[in-house]
Write a protein of this length. Structure first.
Length: 167
């Protein structure tokens, strides 16, 4: 059986030396918690560089092959999507019953980590909503897809695709 491998893209601010591997994101408000984040689309990786990786005035887009056999694929797999929704709603119900009024990504991710909800997966593929100005207003016909990788062993062939000024 052939493995499902996808070429995906990792965006970072430009550094003095090229990266040898992706940088883990550990921001509290990261969509999928602590993970190595990759974009499905090169266009989205580029846009992320222009809008969010401006610290040095330049950004770099790296490409890598990701083995996607054991990821929670909420974008292309209906069963996985329903599992995702069920668990998110269960967490929200729990927080609401506990009287927590402000439910944050950090709180939800902490809950999933403590309950080992995602431990059976090496990553999660998720679609968020693009705010890219070139899209037709209120008509998001292109999915903006990210993969949060929890297990770096599924990342291979990591290499610089290009660097670019943040203009």
């Amino acid at each position: 059986m052939n493995e499902l491998v996808r070429q995906m893209f990792h965006t970072q601010e430009k550094r003095a030396e090229l990266l040898k591997g992706p940088i883990i994101c550990s921001y509290l408000n990261a969509w999928l918690g602590e993970a190595y984040y990759f974009w499905y689309s090169l266009d989205d990786a580029h846009y992320w560089g222009i809008t969010s990786k401006r610290k040095t005035g330049y950004f770099e887009v790296y490409q890598a092959d990701i083995v996607c056999e054991n990821i929670l694929d909420t974008v292309f797999n209906e069963e996985h999507y329903n599992f995702w929704i069920k668990n998110i709603e269960k967490a929200i119900t729990r927080f609401t019953k506990a009287g927590i009024e402000e439910i944050t990504l950090a709180l939800v991710n902490k809950y999933f980590t403590e309950k080992n909800i995602w431990t059976q997966f090496q990553g999660i593929m998720f679609q968020d909503i693009s705010s890219k100005k070139s899209n037709i207003k209120d008509f998001h016909y292109k999915k903006r897809i990210q993969l949060g990788v929890f297990d770096h062993k599924i990342i291979t062939n990591f290499a610089l695709r290009y660097d670019c000024p943040c203009v």
